[in-house]
Write a protein that binds this ligand. Structure first.
Ligand code: PLP
Ligand code: SF4
Length: 339
């Protein structure tokens, strides 16, 4: 891996572009509602929910919302509501018990052959249904040297052939920091693939820089990008262009979605999402049943309804466009297919 192959001047320019977009994300609820001409929702907005988990919406994502529509599926994913404060039985802080699989700081090893690195704690958007909203990120490594125990764990366990970068969002790291991480991973011969789980190409498309494409395509490790889009209205405009760029660079791009009440819990919404993705060359991978994390109960869809939706999807779409409907059951050796 040679970092100097990236033109430094151009690199710092593109970098500052996406950092500017990030800094310009909307954090003020009044501004969000004004932009959408939805001032009447001011009474619905929950300042208390926002004080626990702040509002954050990049302008590119905002631009894909419909003005004047309180039911807009993109808005629903980011708007803090009082519903989040209501305790609901069965919904808990650590629904997927991630911490019990921590084999080194920042490293989770749960499934055969794959380890997951929490590469960054932050995101460019705050999704209200997020399963990691209660995760203790502050305990995870920050400086490059802090990764050494996780890297050592990867070096000594030759059963691991794939490293997942997750978070938070790993693409919140700068291209330079990502390159430094990849540089330390490449000498580990049993590692073959680098999988990046990210929502940034969806919510902050200008994160897909030339430097990032170069880094992924030049690495010895086969790159797989798993993006996270829940609705067809997300994969348009600058987001569609960013996904195309990734696909055209030869990178395998998969999508995972979460089944969310009021966002994508209809056959039409799910079929449109799959169609939009495959038209761009992005393959639907998983449709996740919501993890039962406290504050997210109002997004839950009954798995019986989910099964029905999947049955209808199979009658509408090419076989390869139907995602696998899964849930995470603590203690299982893989994600569990809901049939
Ligand atoms: C979901 C997950 C993976 C990846 O599972 P796949 O079925 O390969 O997508 C790996 N590690 C952890 C900890 C996970 O939660
Ligand atoms: S991008 Fe992913 S990790 Fe970040 S808030 Fe949204 S769902 Fe959570």
């Amino acid at each position: 891996m040679s970092i100097p192959s990236i033109d430094d001047r151009q690199n710092s320019e593109t970098r500052s572009d996406w950092h500017r977009s990030l800094a310009g994300a909307i954090r003020d609820p009044r501004e969000l509602l004004q932009e959408l001409q939805l001032e009447q929702l001011a009474a619905t907005f929950s300042y208390e929910a926002a004080s626990e988990f702040p509002l954050m919406v990049p302008r590119s994502f905002l631009a894909r919302m419909r003005t004047g529509d309180p039911a807009d599926p993109l808005l629903r994913q980011v708007l803090p509501l009082d519903d989040e404060l209501r305790p609901v039985e069965g919904f808990v802080a650590d629904a997927v018990s991630d911490v019990t699989f921590r084999t080194a700081p920042g490293l989770l090893h749960k499934y055969h052959g794959r380890a997951l690195m929490i590469a960054a704690g932050s995101c460019a958007v705050n999704c209200r249904y997020c399963f990691r909203r209660h995760y203790p990120y502050d305990d995870e490594p920050r400086r490059l040297d802090d990764w050494e125990p996780a890297l050592e764990q990867l070096r000594v366990d030759s059963s691991i052939s794939e490293l997942l970068l997750s978070g938070g969002d790993p693409l919140m790291l700068t291209d330079r920091r990502l390159a430094q991480l990849v540089e330390r991973l490449e000498p580990i011969q049993h590692l073959k693939r680098l999988r990046i789980h990210t929502r940034l190409p969806i919510v902050l498309p200008d994160r897909v820089t030339d430097a990032l494409l170069g880094l992924l395509t030049e690495s010895r490790l086969t790159p797989i990008l798993v993006v996270h889009s829940n609705h067809a209205a997300e994969v348009v405009a600058d987001c569609a262009a960013a996904l195309r760029r990734l696909v055209r660079a030869g990178i395998t791009v998969l999508n995972q979605a979460v089944l969310l009440r009021g966002v994508n819990d209809s056959t039409n919404a799910l079929a449109d999402l799959s169609e939009s993705l495959i038209n761009l060359g992005v393959m639907p991978y998983y449709l996740h049943q919501l993890d039962r994390v406290s504050g997210t109960a109002h997004f839950e869809v009954d798995p019986a309804v989910g099964r029905q939706l999947m049955a209808e999807l199979r009658t509408r779409l090419p076989g390869y466009a139907v995602p696998r409907y899964v849930r995470e059951i603590p203690g299982e050796a893989h994600k569990t297919i809901i049939e």
